[in-house]
Every structure is written in C-alpha cells, then in structure tokens.
Design a protein around this ligand. Structure first.
Ligand code: FEO
Ligand code: CA
Ligand code: CA
Ligand code: CA
Length: 587
C-alpha cells in the first residue's frame, strides 16, 4: 500500500485506528522492528555476542542484568556517527516490574534481588548500525556499550555539592553518590552529552513514620513503592540516613562517547521529580534548560547558564551546567507569565524563609517554588521546542485531583476539574530564551469529543487521545505526541473509546493531530527520536502488560500481554520504525 496519503503537506501518512490489539500497529507502508528489549545483551567488550543471555523465566542473575538492557525503556536519544548509518542509542530504564524481573516474583527479598533491581534501572548506551536493507541492529561487542545503573558511582557538582544536606555516613564530603534511578525523560546538550533525569526517586526510600517538614514536602513514607531495598542496602533507610534521599532528584549528565566517564549530578538545575530536561540556546549562546516536574500540583522550571556554550564538545563545556540561574514559572490568567528566580537573597528566599544558602534552596527547590508563588501545574512531563518558531510545548499529562475536595482549584493554565485527559500547553519567551516574561496558551486540550463529561471532551482536531506525555519535534516541524494513560484507566471510563496508548503526529500550525502508531496492551509509548535523515523513528514500548500478572487485580486478565512474543514474559523494548520504500517518516 502507498505510504503517502493525499492532502496535508506536513502529515503525509494514513492514520491507524484506535486499537486494543496486543501489537505495535503502524500505518500501511511502514514496519516496526524490535531492536533492543529488556534483558538483551548490551554487547559488552570481551563477551561473546549475545552474552549474558536473557532468560525468559527471569532467572538471569544480578550480574547478568548489569550487562543487559534494563526494564521500562523511557526517554532516549540517538547520537549519530559518520553519515548516520551508525550511532549510539542512549536509553533510560525508568522503573522495574519486580514481579517480572525475578524468577519467583517479589514475595521474598534478598540482597541479590535488590542488586538485580538496581541493575535493571538507569541508562543503556548501545551501538547501532543500519544494514543496506534499512534494518537496525545492536553491534556486539562494542567499545561504547555501557550500563549506568543504581550501582554506578557518580559525582555531584554545582552549588549543592558538599552541602551539609548532601553529606552522609557513606559520603562525608557530600560529593560522591552511588547510582541514578527512575530516569524518566532526558535531554541532549549542544555539546553532545545526554541528560538523564531522576523522577520518582522518593519511593525507593524507607521513610520515617513521623516525617519532618522537608521529608513530608517530598513525600517520604515508610512504605515507599514497596521495594524493600532498605532491608539489604542501608542507604535507602531514610530513618537511619536521612540525607541520602537529598542526593536524588537531580539531572545527571552522561558522556556517551567516553564509556569510562563518571556521570555528574548537576545541582544548579534544581531538585525535583524531574521528568526531563529540554536544552536549547539563547541568542548569545547561553544554554537554556526547560524542566517539568511530573507530580500533581508541582512546577515548571528553566535554567539559564551563566556562560555561553563553546565549540569543542564536552571537553570545553564541562561546567556550563554548574553556573547559572534557576527559575520557576508563574502562569497568569491574562495569557502572560513570568519566570521567578530561585536565587538566595531574591524573592524572599532567605534564611528567615528557611534557606540558609543557595545549596539548601536547591535541595529544597519545591519549598522555594512554594514560597515565590509559582503556578502548581497538572503534572508537567516532556517539553519540546519548535525548531522554526522557538515556541516551547509541554504536556500536562493529567491530574484527576484538580478542583476536587481539598486540592487546588482550576486556574487559567490548568483549566479542567478532575483532569483525566491532560493538555499540551505552549509558550513563547518575550525577548528570547533567556527572557523572564512569556506569552502562553494551550495548543490542545486532549480528550474524546464523544465523552459525556464536558471536561473530558477537549478540542482535538483529528484523532482523539488522552494523557499526553512524550513530545518530540522532528526537523520538518512535526510535533510527535506519545500517550501514557495508566493501565488502570485504559479501555474504560473517559478512555473507553481510545484503545491502547499511542503515538500521534501534530501539525503545530493547523493543530491537526493524526494517530501514527498504537502499542500493545497495557504499555506506554515513549522515547521517540528520529535519525537525522528521518528514515527511521526509534520508539520505546514501556511496560507492556503492566498489571496483567497481578494476582490482587480482578482486571488483570484484560491487561495481560505477551508482547514482543517468543513465549517469555512481556518485555519493554525499543522498536525501529521505517518505511518499506525507504522514505522519510511521516511524509
Ligand atoms: Fe515517568 Fe512522568 O513519567
Ligand atoms: Ca513520562
Ligand atoms: Ca506519564
Ligand atoms: Ca509508564
């Protein structure tokens, strides 16, 4: 079938229908091929190809897992080499499904299981090459192959490095930390490094029954996510080591080209349940980083570097993200907005307000944002910049508590009560990316026009969707939107007609939205990024079948998935999508 559809200059593919199939469905004329699934060997130097091998029953060891793809692929970037037929794929592994990770599930815990859990998180760096027929494959072995995990040593830099709040029994200097985890979305710097963002870190810690104000503001609880790491790794017992959790929630800079490099947590960018970090540049060359905090009623941030970006790669830009100004957004009801500086001594952020210095202010970024009166948002997730207009887009994925009893009311920027469907908000800086004033509006209120509930109908021109999460602009100016409605929401209530999670393409000028891909049962779609020639789009399928094996869930059968097949457990994976005729994706 022809890949091109008549009409629409920007969106040239045929839409796929909403789907509840346990499959990746792409338009006629396209193919989607799995290239890197949970448990696949990264191709570590010195090992035979394919080693250590994945075991479909989950019986591979923690040490095996450290040299294999982690679980729950999320944000991702392709760093091309040469003419673009090779390159490094860098993939976040956001979280784990412990019931699938271990051969015997999570009824019992051991030090080995905690190590395996920690090894399945973090980041992969794998080398890819494209064959003459257009297919991509991981190169094994590769000198670049690397896993960064919750067990990898890293350094801490910026104003909070060495701060009293960052010092622990294990690291009295407060400048060295083991590991990164819950890396959701990501960023890419102009000097060629990768930013992995630490999102829901707090649930990995065992918190005190009576939390202090700081622990309470960040949501530390005794149960956390039920992972029980603290029983075998004392760092995660926040009742004994209360500062360890201050060392997470940062943006981590990784040099994918140097497999021996030490990742760096950049504290100048603030601490948050960081979804991602979209990097662009001001006209004078300074780096500007936009960051959402995906949590209900949390904030949108921007960092402007002190120094301009220099040519010469990471070697000449090692401290750009250590010096600069952090801001938080306030959206006003007249369609304007302001970036409020989170700088010690400004905007009431002083010792009297609980911030002894800039280091403490950064560790307590949420409290500082509360103090300056920033706008509490409906879960800001990915941010992307239109390459042609310098307008920024951010998905506000959903917030079912908005406007309900005991929670903040609707406001202009977060306009829907019991917001199950989410929005894409956008803004343009008045005077360039380093400016402190902006103009904003909503690009799309997501929803289903057939919904009975007015707040869930939205204003989508084209294929209906909800819970926008991943956003990525291709070089042609298409805004790709990936959805992440939770498996408990999918297929019922406000989502009854929307099918599985999907990837859509939007024309930012006309507002038209067209469904490009639907994912398997229970998965989230995320991580999309194209090759420079746009002949391939890499996409991550996260957590197919989530909840499908939960013995306590009466709806488990409806969520069960066997994707990507092969008879084993369902596996998160990267797929490479290309056109059979070799043309550019989406045209
Ligand atoms: Fe990890 Fe905000 O999704
Ligand atoms: Ca996300
Ligand atoms: Ca999400
Ligand atoms: Ca998810």
């Amino acid at each position: 079938a022809p890949a091109r559809a008549p009409g629409g200059a920007l969106l040239g593919f045929r839409a796929v229908p909403a789907s509840s199939a346990d499959a990746v469905v792409v338009p006629p004329g396209y193919v989607a091929e799995v290239i890197y699934a949970w448990g696949d060997a990264i191709g570590a130097p010195g090992l035979a190809a394919g080693q250590p091998a994945f075991r479909g029953d989950g019986s591979h060891s923690a040490e095996d897992q450290q040299l294999q793809a982690g679980m729950h692929h999320d944000g991702m970037h392709f760093f091309p080499a040469g003419r673009g037929d090779r390159g490094l794929l860098v993939v976040n592994h956001e979280y784990t499904d412990e019931g699938l990770l271990h051969a015997d599930g999570m009824q019992t815990w051991s030090a080995e299981k905690v190590r395996k859990s920690q090894a399945a998180l973090g980041v992969s760096v794998v080398e890819l090459a494209r064959a003459a027929d257009g297919r991509w494959a991981v190169q094994r072995p590769s000198a670049y192959a690397r896993r960064i995990s919750a067990r990898t040593p890293m350094t801490i830099s910026g104003p909070a490095a060495g701060h009293a709040l960052m010092r622990t029994e294990f690291d009295p200097g407060g400048r060295e930390v083991i590991g990164t985890f819950n890396n959701c979305a990501h960023g890419v710097t102009p000097w060629g490094t990768y930013l992995a963002c630490e999102e829901n870190f707090v649930g990995y810690f065992h918190g005190p029954a009576q939390p202090d104000a700081h622990a309470k503001r960040w949501g530390l609880t005794p149960g956390g996510y039920g992972l029980r790491w603290h029983e075998h790794d004392a760092r995660f017992n926040a009742t004994l080591h209360p500062n360890e959790f201050n060392r997470f929630g940062w943006v981590v800079e990784i040099d994918p080209l140097d497999p021996r490099s030490t990742p760096v947590k950049r504290t100048a960018l603030g601490r948050a349940a960081h979804e991602g970090a979209f990097v662009t540049q001001a006209a004078d060359g300074r780096a500007v980083v936009y960051m959402g905090e995906d949590a209900r009623f949390e904030y949108l941030y921007k960092f402007v570097s002190r120094d301009p970006v220099r040519t010469g790669g990471y070697a000449n830009n090692r401290e750009v993200l250590d010096h600069g100004t952090l801001y938080v957004a306030r959206f006003d009801s007249d369609g304007t907005g302001e970036w409020l500086a989170l700088v010690h001594g400004q905007n009431g952020l002083d010792a009297q307000a609980g911030f002894a210095d800039q280091g403490e202010l950064l560790v307590k970024s949420r409290q500082a944002s509360d103090k300056v009166g920033a706008t509490k948002m409906d879960r800001p997730e990915w941010i992307a910049g239109d390459p042609r207009t310098a307008t920024l887009y951010c998905s506000l994925t959903n917030n079912s508590r908005r406007g309900t009893d005991g929670y903040p009311a609707v406001d202009a920027a977060n306009p829907r009560a019991r917001n199950t469907m989410g929005e894409v908000i956008r803004w343009t800086e008045v005077g360039g990316h380093a400016a402190t004033r902006f103009l904003w509006d909503h690009f799309i209120l997501a929803g289903d026009p057939a919904n009975e509930r007015a707040e869930a109908r939205g204003n989508v021109k084209g294929d209906p969707f909800g819970s926008p999460d991943g956003l990525w602009f291709d070089a042609r100016g298409v805004l790709w939107i990936a959805t992440d409605a939770s498996p408990t929401a999918l297929g019922q209530g406000d989502y009854a007609r929307l099918g599985n999670n999907m990837l859509l393409a939007a024309d930012p000028r006309s507002g038209e939205v067209r469904r490009f891909l639907t994912g398997p049962v229970g998965c989230e779609i995320t991580g999309m990024v194209g090759t420079p020639d746009l002949r391939t789009l890499f996409v991550n399928i996260q957590h197919p079948g989530e909840g499908g094996n939960d013995p306590g869930d009466p709806a488990a059968a409806r969520k069960r998935s066997t994707w990507p097949g092969g008879g084993g457990r369902p596996r998160s994976a990267t797929v490479a999508i290309r056109r059979i005729d070799g043309g550019a994706i989406g045209t």
